[in-house]
Write a protein that binds this ligand. Structure first.
Ligand code: PHB
Length: 390
């Protein structure tokens, strides 16, 4: 009881401190960037950090006459850490934005803090549909799982795939991917012969893949978060599913550009739906990939563009408010913003603050000796289909 009171008292104190909003006339604008630099999601942190640095190298560190300071913190993708770090950044460092968030639970953990402190929370990585509904101060520059999963279902149905096993990571974005894909397949007369969920932490896919193989589907629909595709594909091949003619489909997280170069030729032919490929053929993307690879020595993946575009959103919002950091003014500036990203044209839905973007169907091919997701069909300006109709 005593402990509970203490915890509640601390929480009330923190909430009180959060209500004192940052001074309006400061010369430095601070962005608290909270990403996983360690642990299983470290590839996401590495990609976003590199993209944020690239954005600042290309666009400078001054906007509307004010210095932009990024304070990077590693939360290891543990939601309790994220919350504590966000609280410290808001109360002690007086940040004007919080940004990053490598997985859904960490993005959700700080939503109440963004609301209390009235500062924008820019979600650069996490992909569960519900996130933007958790605070009016959240905007997203990443993607949602339904955005790509529904498009994947439509492509599968048109291409003679009727019998599917779904295999998803057992947490919110996996549930979103599974539901949006399966509902669409079933509505058109297709069949989900098994729906498999795999633990998020340290997954061993082998026993689950055996179950998938036994069901003899036309295709295996897979969602694993960025960073796990390498292990998944290795075990898919070890179990002989590629040779058994089971087609690999899903949102593009599984053929993530960060790991794709090391996946081996067995992954050639996998078809995925996603918002970014390092081989997207626009001039802007060619320049982005060249600059990114030059600075870092590795290929940018879809998480990197979430970070790069998140910085663009922050810079442009500040230009619109002429450096005013009032959270409500910044959110008004963010709503409806449109620009060209390395992934193609994107905008922020003024009603939901979620991203509207093209979803591309891609297949893994060998191009100039390297594995790439080659885009071959485009669905334009896709809104998140996971949102409840307003
Ligand atoms: C998420 O946790 O929302 C998430 C993480 C990695 C992904 C996709 C979604 O690749």
């Amino acid at each position: 009881m005593l402990r509970r009171q203490l915890v509640l008292g601390l929480a009330a104190g923190a909430a009180g401190a959060l209500l004192t909003s940052p001074a309006l006339a400061e010369d430095t604008i601070k962005i608290g960037l909270i990403i996983p630099m360690t642990g299983q999601q470290a590839s996401t942190g590495k990609q976003i950090e590199a993209a944020v640095k690239l954005y600042q190298a290309q666009h400078g560190t001054t906007v509307a006459g004010k210095k932009i300071e990024v304070i990077l913190k590693d939360d290891g993708a543990v939601p309790d850490n994220t919350k504590r770090i966000a609280q410290e950044l808001i109360v002690n460092d007086k940040v004007n934005f919080i940004a990053g968030f490598g997985i859904t639970p960490t993005a959700l953990a700080v939503a109440p803090l963004a609301t209390q402190a009235k500062i924008p929370e820019i979600v650069m990585a996490a992909g569960t549909s519900i996130i933007t509904e958790r605070s009016p101060y959240i905007a997203r520059t990443s993607f949602t799982l339904p955005q790509s999963s529904v498009i994947m279902a439509d492509w599968a149905l048109k291409n003679g795939i009727k019998k599917v096993v779904t295999l998803v990571s057992d947490y919110a974005p996996g549930a979103d991917a599974e539901k949006s894909f399966s509902d669409r397949i079933k509505a058109a007369g297709g069949e989900i012969v098994a729906a498999i969920r795999v633990p998020l932490a340290n997954p061993d896919f082998a026993p689950f893949l055996q179950r998938a193989a036994d069901a003899k589907p036309d295709a295996l629909f897979v969602f694993v978060p960025s960073g796990q595709g390498g292990t998944f594909v290795k075990q898919f091949v070890e179990r002989g599913l590629d040779k058994a003619g089971v087609k690999l489909i899903g949102p593009g997280d599984v053929t993530d550009d960060d790991l794709l170069p090391t996946m081996g030729d067995a992954i050639i032919g996998a078809v995925t739906a996603h918002m970014y490929s390092a081989s997207h053929p626009s001039q802007m993307n060619k320049d982005y990939v060249a600059a990114f690879e030059k600075a870092n020595g590795f290929r940018p993946n879809f998480m990197s563009v979430g970070g790069y575009d998140g910085m663009h959103l922050i810079y442009e919002a500040l230009k619109k408010t002429n450096g005013d950091t009032d959270g409500d003014k910044l959110m008004a500036a963010i709503k409806g913003m449109k620009w060209e990203s390395p992934r193609g044209p994107i905008s922020i839905d003024p009603d939901t603050r979620d991203i509207i973007q093209n979803i591309y169907i891609r297949k893994v091919e060998k191009v100039n000796g390297g594995l790439y997701n080659t885009e071959f069909q485009t669905f334009e300006n896709v809104k998140d289909p996971g949102k409840a109709p307003k």
